[in-house]
Design a protein around this ligand. Structure first.
Ligand SMILES: Cc1cc2nc3c(=O)[nH]c(=O)nc-3n(C[C@H](O)[C@H](O)[C@H](O)COP(=O)(O)OP(=O)(O)OC[C@H]3O[C@@H](n4cnc5c(N)ncnc54)[C@H](O)[C@@H]3O)c2cc1C
Length: 379
């Protein structure tokens, strides 16, 4: 299947790249060092529609197609994965609201997220259940005109900065994946508390927290979609989410490659630029080839998500996520090598890309889980 980007896609790439070069790269090291959440940059990015680009136009978003939003994510991560993560994840969970939420949820929350006023979060993982989503233990008990929620949610991106979140809980605890329901939870409700996780290897500008849900009461109108259908609803977004992480990985790898090329053009040893050593130019050639292959697979997955070809999208998105995240870490590692000792310190971005790329092999389904999915599809 041939795949070409349109002129509009190219224009989006150029616009995000310009934003990244001007607003993100120059402050990336400072945000990483201070573990500083880039709220001002998130608000500025929203002016250009780079925050939650897929939110529909009628709710203040850009209504971008999947390929466009893939390009936005890729370029944000190319500029800096930490800030890119914070900006690109500002609308976590909104796909559930857009697809299955009631009108009041869309009107109340989507415009505020799209215009950068606030962020949302998606609360699925728990301390004891990460890969095994169907095993979650957070419960929702019916009580009069509402539900009472109890449980702990772990590794929640935007946990301390979001004003709203989508939480997965058991409404029929003995039914496994057939008993899970999605709830909209306003984060200022009594009983919601957060504990920031501030000792991350990478993407340090991105906010991460454990969210404790202690007797949190929500009205029945906060149910998103159907009772006991939350897992099936969630599954509809797996291919899209995995394609997004693949684009993060491509962006980080491209950023690491750009930094390595720049350094190889500057640094001299034995009276010549290091790029003139065949060992270095071959390294750069291999890095560039891996990035391009991962990008092609990612766009291919994005086009299947856009066409809603569910089985094909599921397979390609897992392949793209697996391949792009693996090569992202390899390329970032070689980027450090091209820098020699300078790659081991924070004076250059090489070590940051190396730390930042690593997350793409873990979240939204680990590499091992992606291999399980691909094997299920092909065997
Ligand atoms: C920075 C960061 C941000 C995150 N953001 C969010 C978020 O916003 N919302 C959210 O809900 N979650 C989020 N997560 C959680 C993330 O999705 C999980 O960490 C991930 O799914 C893995 O789950 P786990 O950590 O419990 O690892 P485990 O599931 O305990 O896995 C441990 C190891 O066992 C392997 N393994 C497990 N099951 C199998 C199997 N069946 N076959 C083969 N190998 C297997 C895994 O591949 C892994 O190597 C985030 C995590 C991080 C680190």
């Amino acid at each position: 299947m041939a795949f070409m980007l349109s002129e509009e896609h190219q224009a989006i790439r150029e616009a995000v790249r310009e934003f990244g070069e001007n607003e993100m790269s120059p402050v990336a090291e400072e945000h990483d060092r201070a573990h500083k959440y880039p709220e001002a940059i998130r608000k500025k990015a929203a002016e250009y529609d780079f925050v939650a680009p897929a939110i529909p136009l009628e709710y203040g978003g850009a209504g971008m197609d999947k390929i466009s939003s893939t390009i936005v994510t890729e370029e944000l991560w190319r500029a800096d994965p930490g800030i890119g993560s914070a900006v690109g994840s500002a609308g976590f969970g909104t796909n559930m609201i857009i697809e299955f939420g009631d009108e009041w949820m869309k009107e109340e929350w989507l415009p505020k997220i799209a215009n950068g006023e606030t962020a949302s979060c998606s609360m699925i993982s728990e301390p004891a259940h990460g890969s095994n989503v169907a095993g979650i233990e957070t419960v929702a008990e019916e009580d009069g005109d509402g539900y009472v929620l109890n449980g702990n949610k772990m590794w929640i991106t935007n946990g301390t900065v979001a004003d709203v979140g989508v939480l997965m809980a058991n409404t029929s605890p003995d039914a496994g994946h057939k008993g899970i329901t999605a709830f909209l939870v306003e984060m200022d409700r009594d009983g919601v508390s957060t504990e920031k996780i501030d000792n991350k290897l990478g993407i340090r500008a991105s906010d991460l927290a454990e969210v404790i849900i202690d007797d949190v009461r929500v009205p029945k109108e906060n149910v998103i979609g159907e009772i006991d259908h939350g897992f099936y609803q969630l599954m509809e977004f797996f291919a899209s989410g995995r394609t997004s992480v693949a684009s993060q990985a491509v962006g980080a790898a491209q950023g690491a490659l750009d930094a390595a090329i720049e350094y190889a053009n500057e640094r001299e040893q034995f009276d010549q630029k290091i790029k003139e050593f065949q060992a270095i130019e071959h390294k750069l050639a291999e890095m560039a080839t891996k990035v391009e292959a991962a990008r092609s697979l990612t766009y291919r997955a994005a086009s299947q998500v856009e066409k809603n070809n569910q089985d094909v999208a599921a397979q390609y998105s897992s392949m793209a996520k697996l391949f792009a995240s693996e090569i992202s870490v390899e390329v970032a590692d070689e980027g450090v090598q091209v820098h020699g000792g300078a790659g081991y310190v924070t004076d250059y971005p090489a070590e940051r890309y190396y730390r930042d790329a690593r997350i793409t092999k873990i979240y939204e389904g680990t590499s091992e889980i992606q291999k399980n999915i691909i094997a299920d599809q092909i065997l």
